[in-house]
Design a protein around this ligand. Structure first.
Ligand SMILES: Cc1cc2nc3c(=O)[nH]c(=O)nc-3n(C[C@H](O)[C@H](O)[C@H](O)COP(=O)(O)OP(=O)(O)OC[C@H]3O[C@@H](n4cnc5c(N)ncnc54)[C@H](O)[C@@H]3O)c2cc1C
Length: 467
C-alpha cells in the first residue's frame, strides 16, 4: 500500500493511503434525488414527485423514514406568535394523515413554543412510507450518501455506499436534506458551523417514561407555581391538554445540591399521546460535532450514561414520576446544529426579529430564536412579535448549481437557524425545495433560475402560507 502523511488539523498530520480510481455502477438515473428522509426530505421528495412526471429517488441512511420526527419530539410552531396558523401545505397534510389514525394531537397554543403538536413516532414512520409510495418516490434505505458528483460547477448526482458497495446515482437536481449538508459540503459549497467561536448547540438523547401520574404533575404546576415554576408559560397552560414543561429550575438546583449531576438547567418534559406517557428532553452533551464520527460516538455513550441520572432526578424531585419507568430510548441522539450552507441569501436573526419581507418568500415561520448554549446547561430565547418570511435563496447554494439544500442545514446564521430548525419550518422548506426542483425540471432550467411567481403560486395552491 502506498502510504503517506498529510496535514489535518491544528498542525497534526494523518497517515493516508492512495485509493485507486475505479469504475462504479450507476444505480439509477433520476430527475430529482433527495438525500435524507427527515421532515424536510419527506416533503421535498413528495413535492418533487407531485405531478407524477419526475423520477424521484429518496436515499436514507437509516432503515426508516422520519429523521427527528421519530425521536419523541413534538412538532413546534405550526402556529405563530399571534396564535394564527403559519405553516400549512404539505406539513399540515402530514399531520392530517396522522390525526386520521389517532396518531397526532391538534396544534396546542403555547406561550413559549407558539404551539406544540404531539405525534406518534412509529406512526410517523408508517405514514412517511405510505406517502412516498403514493407519490411514486423510489426509497432506498441503508444507503449513505458519501460524495457529490460535480461537473463544471454543477452537481450531477451523488455517490452512495451500502452493502451493495459504492454506487452512483445520477440526477438533474439533488436536494440535500441530510441535516448536516453532507452533499453540499462534498460538492464544495461553502459551509459554516456554530456561533462566532464555532460553538454548536448540544445534542440530546430523548427518552420516554410510562407510568407517570400526569395529573400530579399538572396539579403541582397549577397549585404551587412558586416551587414548580415554568419559563414564560402561565400555570393555566398546564391545567389540561398536551404540554411541554420548561422550568422547575429550583428543583434541578435542589437535585444538584443533593449530589445529582443533572446535565441541564431546565426540566423539559413533553406529554405523550398516552395518558401516562412523558418524553424527556434533558440529556445534553456539549462539544459534540455530528460530522465527526469520533465526537458523535463519544456523545452517544455519554448521553446514555446521563439517562439514569435524569431518571433519578425525575423520580426524586418531580411530582408524578415516583412509579414511572423508562419505556423507550430514542434510536439516536438528536442533533440540533451542525453545518449550514452559505446560500444566495443568509437569513439572519435581525431578519426574523424585524419580520423582514422578501420578494422570493417560500414560507412563513413563527418559532423564536431558541439557542441551547454550547457550554453549560441553559438556553436563550428571543421572541418575535409576529411570523416571519423565509426567502427561496436560503435553499440555493451561492455558487454550485444543480443543488438545493433544505431543512436545518439551509443558509442561516447561528441565531436564525436556532429559530428555523423546528420541524414545521423544515417541512415547509422541504416542500419549497421539492416544488422548485419539479418546476425547474418542467422548465428545463436550473433550480436557481426557477420562476418565483410560478413557485409561489404552486406553494399557495398546496395550501402554504406565504404572508
Ligand atoms: C434534541 C432535539 C430537540 C428538538 N426539539 C424540537 C421540538 O421539540 N420540535 C421541533 O419541531 N423541532 C425540534 N428540534 C429540531 C428538529 O428536530 C430538527 O431541526 C429537524 O428535524 C431537522 O430536520 P431535517 O429534515 O433538516 O433533518 P433531520 O431530521 O436530521 O433528518 C435528516 C435525515 O437525513 C438522514 N441522513 C443524514 N445524512 C445522510 C446521508 N449522508 N445519507 C443518507 N441519509 C442521511 C438522516 O438519517 C435523517 O433521516 C429538536 C432537535 C433536537 C436534536
Amino acid at each position: 500500500m502506498n502510504e503517506k502523511r498529510v496535514a489535518c488539523r491544528e498542525g497534526q498530520t494523518m497517515k493516508t493511503i492512495h485509493e485507486p480510481a475505479r469504475e462504479i455502477p450507476v444505480l439509477a438515473e433520476v430527475d430529482v434525488l433527495v438525500a435524507g428522509g427527515g421532515p424536510s426530505g419527506l416533503m421535498a421528495a413528495q413535492a418533487a414527485a407531485a405531478d407524477g412526471k419526475a423520477r424521484v429517488m429518496l436515499v436514507e441512511s437509516r432503515g426508516y423514514l422520519g429523521g427527528n420526527l421519530t425521536i419523541g419530539l413534538p412538532i413546534l410552531a405550526f402556529l405563530g406568535p399571534k396564535g394564527n396558523q403559519v405553516v400549512r401545505g404539505a406539513a399540515q397534510k402530514f399531520i392530517d394523515r396522522l390525526r386520521a389514525r389517532g396518531a397526532a394531537s391538534g396544534h396546542k397554543p403555547c406561550k413559549l413554543h407558539m404551539s406544540l403538536t404531539i405525534i406518534d413516532s412509529e406512526a410517523a414512520k408508517d405514514v412517511a412510507v405510505e406517502m412516498m409510495e403514493e407519490a411514486g418516490v423510489d426509497v432506498r434505505f441503508y444507503t449513505f450518501v458519501s460524495d457529490a458528483l460535480v461537473e463544471d460547477g454543477s452537481v450531477k448526482g451523488v455517490v452512495v455506499e451500502s452493502k451493495a458497495g459504492r454506487q452512483a446515482i445520477l440526477a438533474k437536481t439533488v436536494i440535500d436534506c441530510t441535516g448536516d449538508g453532507d452533499v453540499a459540503f462534498r460538492a464544495g459549497v461553502e459551509c459554516r458551523k456554530g456561533d462566532a467561536d464555532g460553538g454548536l448547540q448540544p445534542p440530546t438523547l430523548m427518552f420516554n417514561m410510562r407510568g407517570v401520574d400526569i395529573q400530579s404533575l399538572r396539579d403541582a404546576i397549577v397549585n404551587q407555581p412558586e416551587i414548580y415554576d415554568m419559563d414564560r408559560m402561565p400555570k393555566e397552560q398546564f391545567a389540561e391538554g398536551n404540554f411541554i414543561t420548561v422550568g422547575l429550575r429550583g428543583q434541578i438546583e435542589k437535585a444538584r445540591a443533593a449530589g445529582l449531576d443533572v446535565p441541564v438547567s431546565r426540566t423539559i418534559l413533553i406529554s405523550g399521546l398516552a395518558p401516562d406517557e412523558i418524553w424527556v428532553n434533558m440529556t445534553r452533551v456539549n462539544g459534540t460535532d455530528s460530522t465527526s464520527p469520533e465526537s458523535y460516538t463519544r456523545c452517544e455513550i455519554a448521553a446514555r450514561r446521563q439517562v439514569p441520572v435524569v431518571v433519578e432526578y425525575l423520580k426524586r424531585f418531580v411530582p408524578g414520576f415516583a412509579s414511572a419507568w423508562v419505556d423507550k430510548i430514542a434510536p439516536f441522539t438528536g442533533i440540533r446544529e451542525s453545518r449550514v450552507i452559505v446560500g444566495r441569501y443568509v437569513l439572519t436573526a435581525k431578519d426574523i426579529l424585524s419580520q423582514r419581507k422578501f420578494d422570493d418568500v417560500i414560507c412563513l415561520a413563527g418559532y423564536p430564536v431558541d439557542i441551547h448554549h454550547a457550554k453549560g446547561g441553559d438556553c436563550t430565547m428571543i421572541f418575535c412579535e409576529d411570523a416571519y418570511q423565509i426567502p427561496y435563496r436560503v435553499l440555493v447554494p451561492e455558487k454550485v448549481e444543480g443543488l438545493l439544500v433544505a431543512g436545518r442545514c439551509a443558509s442561516m446564521d447561528h441565531e436564525a437557524m436556532a429559530a428555523t430548525r423546528v420541524m414545521s419550518t423544515c417541512m415547509a422548506l422541504g416542500e419549497a425545495a421539492g416544488t422548485a426542483a419539479r418546476l425547474a425540471l418542467a422548465a428545463g432550467g436550473q433550480p436557481s433560475a426557477v420562476d418565483l411567481t410560478l413557485l409561489q403560486r404552486a406553494l399557495l395552491a398546496n395550501g402554504a402560507c406565504l404572508g
